[in-house]
Ligand binder design. Structure first.
Ligand code: GLU
Length: 476
């Protein structure tokens, strides 16, 4: 049987990193086994629905590089892939359960159920709907909610692909609602039917579903179906590593990472390592390498800490794999001089861990590349030696002489050309090489800190460097 996995988000408007990681693992697993990956939208809770969510889900997955074989926007053999459009299907299975005595219409009003619930609270015992199950079942006209008649109250033990043997039971089993009075199914019912009809072989989902699993198992039994395998994902913990990363603890939507300048290949690499580790030492992996190495049974059971330092490290690695053109385009980088921007890419690669940082550098610490600085005389002469063995003016004049007519294009060229001047200054007296290198660097950048002067000459080019040296000489 071919592997079929699915990602089944609810359209609630927020793509939590945990949800995206679940999608990634389901996708990697399907790809690894040459199977299919399906995108289904679970929209039966209309109260929680947020407009635009489906487009947001699609955009998020596409950005990351996860493609699906069947799903909401592209259809497929088991369409529709939107639960609210599958009502007929749920009705069919509901009628089958009624016919076999496993479902019945709820005879109580909400107020009556509330009285039962309150009584249980007063008597300090758990409220169980099944304690009030009617002796005989009425006709279901579709306007009452339909409840599952739990066939047997027992403990269930099942094998989870990640966590091994799990067990839960009696306390989780009650006559839960299959179809609500509004005609829509509950998650508990709908996903079981959808997985059956869509021939899903493996379910990847969060830990929060473990406690409900006995309900699903009872339903599989009542329907007489072979259940899919279940793989429970490790929880994602906040930076402190102590509790589940929730929205309130600053959990971000996946596209916020995109907007901060994280590359999708880096995000995918990072997410894959959140709770999983390849058997070797190599952590920096392409999607093809991840598919090749992925093994769902090697997911960790315990929580995985979200570590943004690691994300930035991984991102920098993937940023450095780009050529200058792609670096600029994919980073949305803008600057007044395109050729100069291209030459500055290695400097950005060296220093920036995200494109946000690269963009900030271009308008911040590296803005001087594009707009000539106005140097101050104090800073310019800051390293002039007390013995005046090399004056700043002399230094700049000698530099000017060497630069004019030279064909410097790399930092190495600039170093070969100008370093002898600095060496001579060092040999001559106090102040060392700084007597030459400082005024040059400062004249070119106007900054107390910047890349080294040879890199600057190469970036700015001979002509612009000479112009800046001249401006510095003019104020001396
Ligand atoms: N709609 C559920 C959710 O968003 C999916 C759970 C599942 O994968 O079964 O949490």
């Amino acid at each position: 049987m071919s592997v079929r996995t699915r990602f089944a988000p609810s359209p609630t408007g927020f793509m939590h990193i945990g949800g995206v990681r679940t999608a990634l693992f389901a996708w990697l697993f399907a790809r690894k086994h040459g199977g299919q990956f399906i995108l289904r939208i679970e929209d039966t809770d209309k109260a929680r629905e947020v407009e635009g969510s489906i487009a947001h889900i699609i955009e998020s997955l596409r950005w990351l590089g996860i493609e699906w074989d069947e799903g909401i926007d592209i259809g497929g053999p088991y369409e529709p892939y939107l639960q609210s459009k599958r009502v007929e299907s749920y009705q069919t299975y509901a009628r089958q359960l009624i016919a076999s005595g496993f479902a019945y219409p709820d005879p109580y009003t909400e107020a009556e159920v509330e009285v039962f619930r309150q009584k249980a609270i007063d008597e300090k015992r758990p409220f169980l709907y099944r304690d009030h199950r009617p002796e005989t079942f009425g006709e279901w006209d579709g306007t009452q909610s339909l409840r599952f008649c739990i066939p047997e109250i027992k403990r269930y033990t099942w094998t989870d692909l990640v966590r091994g043997e799990l067990t839960a039971g009696e306390e989780a089993l009650d006559d839960f609602i299959l179809i609500k009075a509004d005609g829509l199914p509950t998650y508990n019912f709908a996903h079981v039917i959808d997985d059956l009809e869509m021939k899903i072989t493996h379910i990847m989902r969060g830990e929060e579903f473990i406690s409900s699993t006995p309900k699903f198992l009872a339903l599989y039994e009542a329907l007489g179906i072979v259940r899919p395998e279940i793989a429970t994902m490790p929880v994602i913990l906040g930076e402190a590593g102590t509790k589940k990363l929730g929205k309130r603890d600053g959990a971000k939507d996946i596209l916020e990472y995109r907007d901060e300048g994280i590359l999708p290949e880096a995000m995918m690499n990072f997410l894959a390592l959140l709770g999983w580790h390849p058997s070797g030492d190599q952590e920096l992996m392409t999607s093809a390498e991840l598919i090749e190495a992925f093994d769902v049974t090697h997911l960790q059971k315990g929580g995985a800490k979200l570590d943004e330092v690691k994300l930035h490290f991984i991102n920098q690695h993937w940023m450095r794999q780009l050529n200058a053109h792609d670096f600029i385009v994919r980073g949305n980088l803008e600057a007044p001089d395109r050729a100069l921007l291209e030459r500055a890419v290695p400097v950005l690669m060296e220093r920036a861990q995200t494109f946000d940082e690269a963009r900030e550098m271009l308008t911040g610490e590296l803005a001087f590349l594009f707009n000539a600085p106005t140097p101050s005389i104090e800073s310019l002469t800051e390293k002039e030696p007390a013995d005046k063995s090399t004056t700043t003016k002399e230094a700049l004049l000698s530099i000017k002489e060497l630069l004019a007519g030279s064909t410097v294009s790399t930092a190495e060229d600039a170093k070969a050309l100008l370093m002898p001047l600095a060496d001579e200054a060092e040999a001559r007296g106090k102040g060392g090489r700084g007597a030459v290198l400082w005024p040059l660097r400062y004249a070119l950048s106007g900054q107390q800190r910047s890349p080294d002067p040879f890199t600057l000459v190469a970036l700015l080019g001979v002509e612009e460097s000479l112009r800046r040296v001249d401006s510095a000489l003019a104020i001396l």
